[in-house]
Design a protein around this ligand. Sequence first.
Ligand code: SF4
Ligand code: SF4
Length: 423
Amino acid sequence: MKSPELPYADTLKCVQCGYCLPACPTYQTTGNETQSPRGRINLVRLVAEGKISDESLLEGPIDLCLGCRACEEACPVGVPYGEILEQTRYLLREHSTKRGLGQRVQTAIYRHLLPDKGRLNLLGDFIWFYQQTIGRWRLMNRLLPLREFVEIMPKIEGPIVRRRKESKESIHARQGNKKVMFFRGCIMDVMFSSINRQTTELLRHLGWSPIVPEEQTCCGALHAHAGDLEFSKELAKKNIMAFEASGARVIVHNAGGCGAMLYEYKHLFEGDSEWAERARKFSDSVQDISQIVASSEQGKFAKAVDAVVTYQCSCHLNHVEKVKSEPVQVIKNLPGVTYKQLPNGTSCCGSAGIYNLVHRKEADAILQAKMSDVKKVNAQVLVTSNPGCYLQMKLGIHQAGLSKQTRVVHLVELLAEASGTAD
Ligand code: SF4
Ligand code: SF4
């Protein structure tokens, strides 16, 4: 690797104060400086200066970073850690001479599965078939790799139901003053199709006219976080064009990870004469569903929830898109809710894209710390706002033996219950 290509100038902004250390989950669980933001920034700088020639010393700590961006918010001098991380991952990937089988498979899945709705639907059909047949026997699940995830996975809607409801959503491009483009995501639209449908129902309930353009595709977040910036730009362009053609002025999402990526398109195309302005308009139109609900009439939510509720935020919704107060506000406003704040509720749960699948041991240590906080609030409902966090929290609740007393829900599911729009 040629050192000038690393984000060297940004690393020099770090004054080594260490204020970011308490915010970093990998530092908190390992106590290891190289697993801290400051340590990672230093390593990038030292490699860029040629003081470390063995790049593998950089690869490990960069690979084990969650990309949660909590350190960025804690930093008093505004070190752009997210940019340092993404640029370093991009360069490590570009210059890597030995791409292992695992990385090739990951790239193939990211490039050929996630953006392809037809293939994703086929995968959904396969999982649905498994869940309806041999997956009913717990013993069968225990033989599988990632068996714990298989056990806590939500029941996928059947092929006919999913496709029928999908086409019904697509033709809902009504003309109206409050047109909104709904960003449906890739995995979200197969694994959590009922939550997507509840989101568009909720929008209608609140007086909006949701449009779900067929031309939209995966947001590109997983690609960008893996260093495949070129491909994430291709996906971003398709989404920008779909939005422009939709005629909507607002883009709503219900997944924190996707939303943050949509919000960052403006940074992705900085300096690009053709796309920078279009990307800025797109990003400035992005809103999380909680922001839409927070600005709506509270009378639309009349059914009492009657439960102690707590909230684990999505890191990217919180630290990148900066949507902080709205999800809490809308939960607190629901009738019958007793809200209890989750200690360290803004700290990562260990999901982080596919981190919990590829770094099981490290993600598990982070999840155990999270669960000790969850036990302190003893809530009946634990709300999340991202599919990865939802599965990770379900896994933690399952492992802690709390499944009978605490249910994990997506914010939209709770809002659908309170508005009477749940199916
Ligand atoms: S992004 Fe998260 S895990 Fe990575 S250094 Fe920052 S706080 Fe630590
Ligand atoms: S990243 Fe920011 S908070 Fe962390 S050590 Fe550097 S200057 Fe301090």
